[in-house]
Design a protein around this ligand. Structure first.
Ligand code: FE2
Ligand code: FE2
Length: 199
């Protein structure tokens, strides 16, 4: 089967392969367990951002609202897992997010801009993959879940980019995002093809 071409969705350089979609279709529970951890991590990262950047009210307020949404997503995934008799075990670091965060600058305010842009890219990749899964041969409950998350994560991508632009301006953000998207392509291509949302 040819690779899926999302036509550069969100500026992502490398489209997710059909092989990855097939791996998730073959083991949807593994993908759900991984995704539960992604949602929890997204919520805790948003809370940490709200605390660390309280001096940036637009960022802090948006992160608190985002944390509530990501917790609600976690609950939706946990309910779906429970329905299937599965309880997520404690989980190690997400190698994809960890590799992306290695590109975050250490000095402020560039650090904040980079953290926002890395999150925007994580949301973009998640959305791209949920859109593929929503079109894949999965059961109705999963299709509903993946479709709903695809819409939400597209909104979160735009939220993070907008916050970064509010701090650094559109031109600087476009340049930095281009660089981070190049880095993301290298990271994605090196990941094993596993039934994980960022695998
Ligand atoms: Fe989410
Ligand atoms: Fe999100």
């Amino acid at each position: 089967m040819p690779d899926v071409d999302p036509r550069g969705r969100f500026g992502l350089r490398v489209p997710t392969s059909r092989t990855w979609v097939e791996a998730v279709v073959a083991d949807p529970v593994a993908a759900l367990v991984d995704h539960a951890h992604c949602e929890m991590k997204a919520a805790t990262t948003a809370l940490m951002m709200a605390a660390r950047y309280a001096a940036f009210p637009a960022v802090a307020d948006a992160m608190l609202a985002l944390a509530r949404q990501e917790i609600a997503h976690y609950e939706q995934v946990a309910v779906e897992l429970r329905r299937r008799g599965v309880h997520p075990e404690p989980h190690g670091a997400d190698p994809y997010a960890k590799a992306l965060r290695a590109h975050v600058a250490s000095d402020e305010p560039q650090r904040l801009v980079d953290l926002l842009l890395v999150s925007s890219i994580v949301e973009a990749r998640s959305c791209e993959r949920f859109e593929l899964l929503a079109d894949a041969p999965v059961d109705d409950a999963l299709r509903d879940l993946w479709s709903e998350f695809a819409v939400c994560e597209a909104g979160h991508h735009a939220l993070f980019v907008g916050l970064a632009q509010g701090i650094a301006g559109a031109d600087a953000v476009a340049r930095r995002k281009d660089m981070l998207l190049d880095a993301e392509a290298v990271i994605v291509e090196a990941l094993p093809c596993a039934p994980r949302i960022h695998g």
